[in-house]
Design a protein around this ligand. Structure first.
Ligand code: GRF
Length: 217
């Protein structure tokens, strides 16, 4: 499977994908890593791995639609089968992403549908939640609102802070993203008009990778 990855920052999720591929655990070809942040560490990681990169700064575009149209036409030129949003911190234009329905996934640091958007760790703490986690979902034009494929959970502990939660969740995010992408690459996951299909049957609840050991770093 040909995969393009969109990133904005540190790129630890991207690195987990690269490492899993290098270990022979993820049968994908990374055809492009693209970023809205020219100085993103994630782009350096991609270069180090010999993956083609694209840095496209939104400055200089008239509006979101113009930027996204250009970004996605350049992504399309790389002919990916799938786009992975791995810490891509921009809201996407509905028209630009419509052709990619069922072919674009995102990792989000909450147990969706809880806490779409930003500051998920702080919001889980403020709500007094006992558990927290991350989700991988198909991207639709609703922010962090597309059908959820899989989740990983962590317990919340007394004294947790947004930073401690983020640190404890991050390695689980890496496992979750690798495990989910490997299912997608094996064509075991799809999106139809009613939602996620897993091994040919409707997925009634997100897959849980709570105890997943794949791709831990
Ligand atoms: C992750 O927490 C991801 O879930 C969120 O942004 C963070 C990206 O981290 N959307 P990294 O750039 O992959 O290290």
């Amino acid at each position: 499977m040909r995969v393009a990855v969109l990133v904005s920052g540190r790129g630890s999720n991207l690195q987990a994908l690269i490492d899993a591929r290098d270990a022979g655990a993820l049968p994908v070809e990374f055809v492009l890593v693209a970023s809205d942040k020219p100085h993103a560490q994630a782009l350096r990681r991609a270069e180090d791995a010999g993956i083609a990169t694209l840095a496209l700064d939104p400055k200089g575009y008239a509006n979101r639609a113009a930027y996204d149209a250009d970004l996605f036409s350049r992504i399309a030129a790389a002919e990916p089968d799938l786009i992975v949003l791995a810490g891509f911190m921009r809201i996407l234009d509905a028209a630009a992403i419509a052709p990619w329905r069922g072919r674009m996934i995102n990792i989000h640091p909450s147990l969706l549908p809880k806490y779409p958007g930003l500051h998920t760790h702080a919001r889980a703490l403020e709500a007094g939640d006992r558990e927290h986690g991350a989700s991988v979902h198909f991207v639709t034009d609703e922010l962090d609102g597309g059908p959820v494929i899989a989740q990983a959970r962590i317990d919340m502990r007394d004294g947790d802070t947004p930073d401690s939660l983020a640190a404890r969740l991050l390695p689980r995010e890496h496992q979750l993203l690798v495990a989910t992408l490997s299912l997608v690459a094996a064509r075991r996951i799809a999106l139809d008009a009613d939602g996620v299909v897993f091994d040919g049957a409707p997925l009634v609840a997100p897959l849980r990778f709570d105890d997943c050991r794949i791709g831990d770093r």
